[in-house]
Design a protein around this ligand. Sequence first.
Ligand SMILES: Cc1ncc(COP(=O)(O)O)c(C=O)c1O
Length: 396
Amino acid sequence: MAKDTAPTLGMRTLAVHAGQRPDPSTGAIATPISTASAYSYGDFDTGEQRFSGESPGYLYSRFANPTVAAFEGKMAALEGGEAAVAFTSGMSAICATLMALVSSGDELIHVGTLYGGTEGVMRTLLPRFGVRAIHVAEVSELEAAITAKTRVIFAETPDNPMLGVVDLHETARIARAHQVLTVADNTFATPCLTRPLALGIDVVVHSATKFIGGHGDSTGGVVVASAAWVNAIRTVGLKQFGGCLSPFEASLLIRGLKTLPLRVEAACLSAERIARLLEEHPAVAKVFYPGLASHPGHEVARRQMSRFGALMSFELKGGKDAARTFLDRLELVTQAVSLGDTDSLACHPASTTHSAVAKDIRDQYGVTEGLVRLSVGIEDVEDLERDIRHALAALA
Ligand SMILES: Cc1ncc(COP(=O)(O)O)c(C=O)c1O
């Protein structure tokens, strides 16, 4: 069976089987870690044909590697895309994508809130290369912001850390009408909850460091799109910038992907309960979780996501002091950035993930001093609830 192409298989089956076959030389079921940096092409003419792209085959590990290719095949199948290309990190995937899609003189529009690192790329890196990045808060503001120079619309959904939900179908519809490309960061949702390509988005990017790896032990990034766009992004990101994923990391990411649907479902179920607990607690001013009817993105999330995710943020009434007290009192939930791990993690975005974002932009986003971000892991939900209640009790 051609495991990478069967479109009718479910997510759990794809997560286990897509992109891999028993190793033809040994029969090994787990994808072997191929450490070779160069691959023999045998003779002169084959070498020339491989380098020109006329014939397939591995050449050099920075361009493509069998272990990394197995990871890419799995990701392409899970996202329902033609091809994928892996990178050293999520930021590397995002930068390679943008560098491949935009040129000096172009404009890019980003919708809603962004992870601090990505916001930095928009605000400081792109302008240095003559690309103007324009921020709009809502999809409804897109039409007015598009000009003849607009090349790309970029959105993160749900976004980091406000959990805003961008309507990807509507974004793609508007973009297509103006022949503008769309890029969606699907790190928070994962393909288990949202498949942006099926909604009309052109390019999906991920920090594979998060849910995809899922165990807090690997750093990576990946882009899924049409074969043509993946080829262009591979050329810029790997052949030119050289940000290739290590085969060791790829092996960890492949293992992580096998349980992705199970982990995401378990974490989502717990997150739904914890969001309700927080919403009812007197020390909490507001909870940002797409699964709550009070969330402004709830209706779009119901259409676009099969569950509401494992991430939430909440604002404590007592501001930064309350955030410090709460976070320092957690025993089971670990204080750390990153997200999407087996372990529940919590952080204070204003002083960590978004500390490099200018204060006025943080205010615009709603990243206040009392805001705490929680990534719900796969522990028993009763234990997490007890830990969170205990930490909140110090604020009552
Ligand atoms: C939504 C999102 N995209 C991209 C990144 C960057 O990923 P990485 O840390 O793997 O470079 C992050 C990191 O937190 C993120 O939250």
